[in-house]
Design a protein around this ligand. Structure first.
Ligand code: GTP
Length: 307
């Protein structure tokens, strides 16, 4: 059995994107500049790959000014595409760092159910543990008993404390207790799960506002981060989620999950171009160490198929 690395899985996730580009670039003959037809084809391939019309138009514009001294062939065009994608992604690559003083750094994690929120919280906790930080979880998604139970299972598995309450309990009071406990125990990072009920914007907004009020009483800087977890398989719908959660929750950064299993990873570029929010990390599998730093150069080479 061959040992598949996480970057192999990432390649798998973006394969469709690079294949589409290849199909469109295959017939291109060597010349120093791309014709309008060729630029149209590249732009279409990028849009079909979920990069979105804005990022695709921006890349097209840059490519139209490009001179291919040794003749444009599939590889050199893909390299140019990769470079333009990287130019969009580099400014947003920003790991989530534990820097808050006084401790703990309070990280609210938001996202719709099924986006990979719970798994991502566990992965993030594990990542911080590996950096020798003390981590605590708070089960602020009290809407469903399953969510509390699932987070508790992860906490147990990775060996971090968790503050939880009953199903239907008040998330703000759980967060309050958690911050107090974390402070007493000298915890560095408190990661808070929250409900993902996007269908009911008003309720979610009220709930998050209450959490913020309660947090503010303990530490005016908290929450330090509001991280939105997005499922890459949702393609363009992920953009709509950013829009809504930005309005409801004041998102400060993104983590995109399931980039191992989707043809729709190009939406990462659309999100970067459109919102400019920091991308902290990417999820490339279901296991605890499958959260990876967001490397814009690697991801752009994978998308363009030149890695
Ligand atoms: N392939 C893959 N699967 C993932 C990734 N992240 C999470 N998953 C899976 O996606 C499913 C949903 O993840 P959860 O963490 O339970 O998602 P959630 O958003 O908390 O969802 P609820 O529990 O329904 O609220 C699980 O089967 C995870 O194992 C990833 O990066 N890649």
């Amino acid at each position: 059995m061959s040992a598949e690395t996480w970057s192999d899985r990432l390649f798998g996730g973006f394969r469709k994107t690079s294949e589409r580009l290849s199909e469109n670039l295959a017939g291109i003959v060597s010349q120093t500049r791309l014709s309008d037809d060729q630029l149209d084809e590249i732009e279409d391939a990028l849009i079909l790959s979920d990069l979105g019309p804005r990022a695709a138009a921006r890349i097209r514009e840059r490519l139209s000014g490009e001179r291919f001294e040794r003749g444009a062939d599939e590889v050199s065009i893909k390299q140019a595409v990769a470079e333009e994608i990287a130019a969009i992604l580099r400014p947003v690559a920003k790991p989530l760092e534990v820097v808050a003083f006084p401790r703990p750094q309070v990280i609210l994690v938001i996202g719709v159910n099924g986006s990979g929120k719970t798994t991502t919280i566990a992965k993030l906790a594990h990542l911080f543990q590996e950096q020798d930080y003390g981590v605590m979880l708070a089960a602020g998604d009290t809407f469903r008993a399953a969510a509390i139970g699932q987070l508790a299972v992860w906490a147990d598995r990775i060996g971090v404390p968790i503050v939880r309450g009953p199903e239907g309990g008040d998330p703000a009071s759980i967060v309050f207790d958690a911050v107090k406990a974390a402070t007493q125990q000298g915890i560095d990072a408190l990661i808070v799960d929250t409900a993902g009920r996007l269908q009911n914007k008003r309720e979610l907004m009220d709930e998050l506002a209450k959490i913020r009020r309660v947090l503010g009483r303990l530490n005016p800087e908290a929450p330090h981060d509001v991280v939105l977890v997005l499922d890459a398989t949702n393609g363009q719908n992920a953009l709509q989620q950013i829009e809504t959660f930005k309005e409801v929750a004041g998102v400060t950064g993104l983590i995109m999950t399931k980039l191992d299993g989707t043809a729709r990873g190009g939406v990462l570029v659309a999100a970067a171009e459109q919102y400019g929010l920091p991308i902290h990390a990417i999820g490339v599998g279901e296991k605890i160490d499958d959260l990876r730093p967001f490397d814009p150069d690697l991801v752009s080479r994978v998308i363009a198929g030149v890695a």
